[in-house]
Design a protein around this ligand. Structure first.
Ligand SMILES: [Zn+2]
Length: 85
């Protein structure tokens, strides 16, 4: 058995520089444009606004930094855009 908690440590990126998120950054869960970057000791995760909220309880306890750009969602696309449910 792999002792690691699955997907959470499966996405490792060597780059931990908190550059602004772009349209090329995609949610690790659903592939939508990412608006939240979660920096971990072992790498980083990208989430859309929906999945950032959904997984907040999981990453908040281990994240070294959370870069939240969900305010851009409203500025660029209007309220509710990209948020499924
Ligand atoms: Zn998502």
């Amino acid at each position: 058995m792999d002792p690691r908690p699955g997907w959470f440590y499966g996405f490792v990126n060597a780059t931990q520089t908190p550059a602004p998120l772009t349209a090329a950054d995609r949610c690790d869960r659903c592939g939508a444009q990412a608006y939240v970057r979660v920096l971990l000791p072992s790498g980083e995760l990208l989430f859309c606004a929906h999945h950032a909220r959904e997984h907040a309880d999981k990453f908040s306890s281990v994240a070294t930094h959370v870069q939240d750009e969900t305010d851009r969602l409203h500025a660029e696309h209007g309220a509710g855009a990209g948020v499924a449910g």
